[in-house]
Every structure is written in structure tokens, then in C-alpha cells.
Write a protein that binds this ligand. Sequence first.
Ligand SMILES: Cc1ncc(COP(=O)(O)O)c(C=O)c1O
Length: 374
Amino acid sequence: MTARIYLSPPELTGRELAMLGEAVASGWIAPLGPHVDAFEAEIARRVGMPHAVALSSGTAALHLALLALGVGRGDTVWTSTLTFAATANAIVYAGAVPVFVDSDRVSWNLDPGLVTDELERAARSNTLPKAMIGVDLYGQCADWEPILAACRRHGVAVIEDAAEALGATYRGRPAGSLGDLSILSFNGNKIITTSGGGMLLATRRAWIDRARHLATQAREPVRHYEHKEIGYNYRLSNLLAAVGRAQLADLERRVEARRAIQARYRAALGELPGWSFMPEASFGCATFWLTCATIDAGVSGETRDDVIDRLAAVDIEARPVWKPLHLQPAFAEARVLRGQIAEQLFRDGLCLPSGSALTHRDQDRVIEIVRRRP
Ligand SMILES: Cc1ncc(COP(=O)(O)O)c(C=O)c1O
């Protein structure tokens, strides 16, 4: 019997139990402690951001990034339409209204030309957003320079959603260091995991201090329990931070492993009629957290769902590319700036099993099933 092949399962280094055992023995079984402090410092150093706070999820980090910027009711926040719902859910949690922006074909992320033109137009009509959340999708950075330049010109704060891109670079700079604030996710399917967790990073200490306060039920620093505003319970457990530290030490190898998986898929499947892999933009080095490809059904003779079904029939997990948020019923009211490229990437796109522990044997199984046309 062959075992199920998952899309992106967690991979253990062998060091997690020792780190976890040490954390338990230390007595710091709390949403603070030495492993939390060390994890924050290690991630900040790795990403090249001066300040960080470890949180219970990437979604919590997005929520607090918006609150730290003062985003609230009546504000709009622009973001990529081709992303996981968490990116835009956080905008709604903050009481703001999302506006969705189409992708480009170069990186599948925010189209910098579209962002530049639409911000110009919004400035003229006095409808500029308070913030922009750019996403580094599937382990590849957006084209940040023109996006940042346009946002700076109009005084729009930038949050980098690097949940999927720890280990990637943009013009030599690490993913997570490009926005005014940035977030990472350590969800179970990410390149490193704490089972669940996230990190908020920022260029300014004041934003992180504010986020840390809100993440701790907005408790005032006095002896009794004093709260001047509504807070959240968003801190990361010291036990999970210990797991995260063990995982982080293995990051570089994992990036290489995922890149090698992508290269093997591309070599084996890249010539199939109608198939195109997500390009690696010349401005960066992607991790290929997930290897994604599009299938032009008119050329290939089969759709992306045909391929996903064929893999599912032999217990191999593949998934469609994110459904654009402007097509989601939950965001039916939202404005979208263009959207057709994201729609096409969703219609034709699939993600192949990409876990950093995927063996050559299992990858060959995936390749063989994809190639085995009915
Ligand atoms: C692009 C993106 N943003 C945000 C998140 C949210 O992170 P979390 O699951 O840690 O809340 C995820 C993944 O889960 C994601 O893929």
C-alpha cells in the first residue's frame, strides 16, 4: 500500500521534542517566556526587520498590523484579490472595507502598474486607501519597488503579507522586510510551523509595542487588571515558540528542498501541451512554497480539475490556485480593480504536492499520474 501524499505537510527536524521538553521543564508554560523572546529575535534577524512580536496566527498579525496603523471604520484597505481569505478577513475585523487589486503575470502578485495608476486616480478623487496589503504568494515576492514608490508618493502605509514566503528574497532583500510592517504564518502547512502561529514585524518599535499591548487583552501595566480599550488574546505560547525555533534552524535546507521539487516538476511536466509553471520573476528568488502551474484546457485537452481528480483517485492531494476574493460570496459587495488575470489563474491553476520532505519516489508518483492521460 502506498501512503497518501499531502500538499504541504509539516516536516520535523528531530530537534522539536528536545526544545519542547526544555520549555516544559523550565516552567514557562505561558504565552510568554524565553523561547518567545528568542523566537522573536531570531525571526527579526533572519528577516532583517528591527522589531517583532510572536502571535497566535498570521491572521492575528494582519489584524494587529492594521490596528497599529490606526485603520478602522470608514477606512479602505487595498489588497491582492489572488490570496487566501485571511488577508482580507483581517481588513473586515478592523472595521475597514477591502478593495481588491488584480495580479500581474510576472509574479502572480499585485500588478505594480495597476497599483500605480489606480492610486493616482484615487488621489485625484480623494479616495486613497489608508493602507495596502501586498502578498508574496506561493513563496514569491511581489514587485515591491514600484508598489512601495507609489504608496510612499500618496502616503499609503504598506503591510507585507509574507505568510507564504519566509525564505524568499526580492532584489536580495528577504521577504518580510519589504513593508512598513510585515507578517509571517507558522500554520501547519507553511515552510516552518509551530502547528499554528504567526509573527508581526515592523520598522517602528511603536507599532510593535502597540500590537503587543492589544495582543495581551490591552492590559494596562498596573498591579490590578485595568483596561482602557478592548484587546485580544493573540500571544504565542512559549511551548510553540520552542518548536518554531527548532524549525527555523532548518529553513535554508527547506528552501532548497522546495526549489528542487519545483525544478523537478518543471523538468518532467513543463513540456506537456498547455502547461505553464508559475514563473520565477527576475527580481527575486522564490521558495516555491507550493509549486503551481496553469493548464490551458484548450491546448491540453483536460482541465486543472481533471488533473486534480486523477491525483485524488490515487490519494494524492493537489489543490486549485486560490479563488480570487472578489469572486467569493463573502466579499460580493467589494470593489475590484480589474481582476481578469487572477480569474484566469484560478480557472487554470493548480498546486502540486510540495512538502520539503517529499521523496523523489513520491514525486515520481505524482509526475507519473499527471502524465498518465486517460
Ligand atoms: C497569504 C496568507 N495570508 C495569511 C495567512 C494566515 O495565516 P494563519 O493561518 O497563520 O492565520 C495565510 C495562511 O494561512 C496565507 O496563506
